[in-house]
Write a protein that binds this ligand. Structure first.
Ligand code: ASP
Ligand code: MG
Length: 419
């Protein structure tokens, strides 16, 4: 049994969905579980809609119409107007209609999950209908009844025993009869509310389902040839890895490589399931296999760039040395605001912390720190992480830039730069 994951970019238009079907057709001799993200930039669009609705802004209707138009346009390109998928999609939109009619009374994170999840509900309806239309036998599965989470909205914590039991109960039989298409990114609470697993979480969904089913492999189909040593949008002469160890892949995602969601690897490593990263426009290409690769040599360094970074410097109001109590207080404020620390460095009189600037969280974090400490910050910075680097590369990448923080160990170098 194979698990396939198709991200938003691979299903961004009618041609993408047709291509997905072509890829799937090559594997009809296998049992297939297909996990799909929201189409194109739908999640971003629904995020905007959520913000507008939550703040009761004027453009709620307009933003909602854009999402609808985009999906209906693709539907018309793929299906005859009388196809039942039109009703399925209309019914899915009704869930949003009801919500948007009333004023928001729930928390932002709760509303976010109820609204944003519609992206995956729509994409999977469309993909499933299209696979059947082109002669494949496929069934649509509502993943919210299988991936059980707590009620941490926007970052649902998976209840593994419950999830495993549900998945193992129904899915093997279903997969024996047909392809199964289901939503990435979503989970459900015990009260049947929808949760999401964190942005870009569809990879994680594929990994959870594969681990519960002891799948043969997971393939994530991407718009790149595999895992590259650097983002080709920013660097020339990138190289693709044929294989990569689970550990190296985990390190890469930890430092910010966006090719795979950070939570994806561990469940697969525990279950000994390889993760294949393959190009959706060249399905026969080998891609990258992430597994038990050992003693790998890296001729080229791995470069990971995170932008939109803030470097905050915190010192005691009485100018005393930084104490352990103060360190733990600073960390507590970061944890309370759900801001993840990317790098930190202490000196005698101050603590510097680098993190992603997330608008909704930044102000509050800053204000809370300011109550207790002297705080200064720089923003619009980049955090560059190099793995298996040579010193010359580090010099080359920082040339002409202001380095605000640098940390190096034998395998890893990190620099925070401006400009
Ligand atoms: N659609 C969700 C997102 O864009 C999940 C995913 O694509 O993996 O974050
Ligand atoms: Mg996506």
């Amino acid at each position: 049994m194979l698990v396939f994951k198709f991200g938003g970019a691979s299903v961004k238009d009618a041609a993408g969905i047709a291509n997905l079907a072509q890829v799937v057709k090559k594997y009809t001799h296998e049992q297939l579980l297909i996990v799909v993200s929201a189409m194109g930039k739908t999640t971003n669009a629904l995020e905007k809609l959520t913000n507008a609705y939550f703040n009761q802004a004027d453009d709620v209707h307009e933003l909602y119409e854009e999402v609808k138009q985009y999906h209906y346009q693709i539907l018309h390109e793929l299906f005859d107007g009388s196809h039942p998928v039109f009703d399925e999609v209309a019914n899915t939109f009704v869930e949003i209609d009801w919500m948007l009619e009333d004023e928001p009374v729930d928390t932002y994170d709760f509303i976010y999950d109820q609204l944003v999840s519609v992206g995956e509900l729509l994409s999977t309806r469309i993909v499933n209908a299209y696979l059947n239309q082109v002669g494949l036998t496929s069934k649509w599965l509502d993943v919210r009844g299988y991936i059980h989470t707590d009620n941490t909205y926007r970052e649902g914590v998976v209840d593994w025993p419950k999830t495993r039991a549900s998945v193992q109960q129904d899915l093997p039989t279903m997969l024996g009869k047909s392809i199964v298409v289901t939503q990435g990114f979503l989970g459900g609470t015990s009260e049947n509310f929808t949760t999401t697993l964190g942005r870009e979480g569809s990879d994680y969904t594929a990994s959870i389902l594969a681990a519960c089913l002891q799948a043969q492999s997971v393939t994530t189909w991407k718009d790149v040839p595999g895992v590259l040593n650097a983002d080709p949008k920013f660097f020339e002469d990138t190289v693709k890895f044929d294989e990569l160890s689970y550990t190296e892949a985990m390190e890469m995602t930890y430092y910010g490589a966006t090719v795979i969601h950070p939570k994806t690897i561990k469940p697969l490593q525990n279950a000994g399931i390889p993760l294949l990263v393959k190009p959706f426009n060249d399905p026969d290409a080998p891609g990258t296999v992430i597994g038990n690769a050992e003693n790998q040599r890296f001729d080229k360094a791995i470069i990971i760039v995170k932008q939109n970074q803030v470097l905050i410097s915190v010192s005691a109001k009485d100018h005393s040395f930084v104490s352990e109590q103060q360190l733990s207080q600073v960390y507590r404020i970061f944890a309370q605001n759900q801001v993840k620390v990317n790098v930190m460095q202490t000196s005698a009189l101050s603590l510097s912390v680098c993190f992603d600037r997330v608008e909704e969280r930044f102000e509050q974090l800053y204000n809370q720190l300011k109550l207790e400490f002297n705080v200064k910050y720089n923003d619009q910075l980049s955090l560059i992480t190099l793995r298996h680097y040579q010193y010359s590369l580090l010099q080359q990448l920082t040339e002409g830039k202001t380095v605000l923080l640098q940390q190096t160990s034998r395998n890893t170098a990190q620099v925070v730069t401006a400009g």
